[in-house]
Design a protein around this ligand. Structure first.
Ligand SMILES: C[S@@+](CC[C@H](N)C(=O)[O-])C[C@H]1O[C@@H](n2cnc3c(N)ncnc32)[C@H](O)[C@@H]1O
Length: 205
């Protein structure tokens, strides 16, 4: 699986300079308003963002929070560092794999990620790490696209998934809600505005 991580990291390194441009239309049409909904749910002082990418969530960081963010792609993190300085955002950026986080148990009030677990090679391992570093009573908030529950659409998604992975390193057929439920959280709920494919997941430890 190490080689899987290396391959995915390489893909993100490759697309990092173009990432924001590639997603610009979807960002404007859909993602932006989902980000607003997700970040409105953040609470507590010490917040960890996983898979920060180019820093598209910087605009939503709470002004009074202590922010830490990680990504395993040096080039994506480089774009985030650039945007951090450009936007004067206060955040500690770390090169780190979500599958083995270098933080102590029970460190963060909220752990948050947007569109990350589609590309983590071992999603359950990564999600268990989020559980571990989240404080008891804290929350994990995720915005993820998952496999459709509609059989015909799911078949198409499964069919084209290998091509999407080869192109951008993201899987479009993940069962992330099921994986979150397997991590031992006290509660896992989906925001009622979640759709068939886009899920806003709220897990409380
Ligand atoms: C689709 S991008 C999303 C970026 C950002 N969260 C956003 O909403 O625009 C996925 C990001 O997750 C990162 N990522 C994927 N697997 C990871 C892992 N195992 N550890 C840390 N970061 C990872 C990628 O490098 C990439 O920056």
């Amino acid at each position: 699986m190490k080689s899987d991580s290396a391959a995915i990291r390489k893909r993100y390194d490759r697309i990092a300079p173009y990432f924001d441009g590639l997603e610009a239309v979807m960002e404007g049409l859909f993602f932006k308003r989902w980000r607003q909904k997700l970040w409105a749910k953040v609470d507590g002082h010490h917040i960890l963002e996983i898979g920060v990418g180019t820093g598209k969530n910087f605009d939503y960081y709470p002004a009074d929070a202590r922010m830490t963010a990680i990504d395993f792609s040096p080039q994506m993190l480089g774009q985030a560092a650039h945007n951090k300085h450009r936007k004067a955002v206060v955040v500690e950026l770390n090169l780190m794999d979500v599958q083995s986080l270098c933080f102590a148990d029970n460190s963060f009030d909220t752990v948050i990620g947007t569109f990350v677990f589609c590309s983590v090679p071992l999603p359950l391992k990564g999600l268990k790490e989020l559980y571990r570093v989240c404080k008891p009573g804290g929350q994990v908030l995720l915005l993820e696209h998952v496999l459709s529950s509609k059989p015909v659409i799911a078949r198409v998604m499964n069919f084209i998934n290998p091509a999407i992975v080869a192109l951008v390193g993201a899987n479009i057929n993940r069962n992330t809600v099921k994986h979150v439920k397997a991590c031992g959280f006290a509660s896992v709920r989906l925001d009622a505005r979640s759709g068939d494919i886009i899920k806003l997941i709220e897990a409380r430890k």
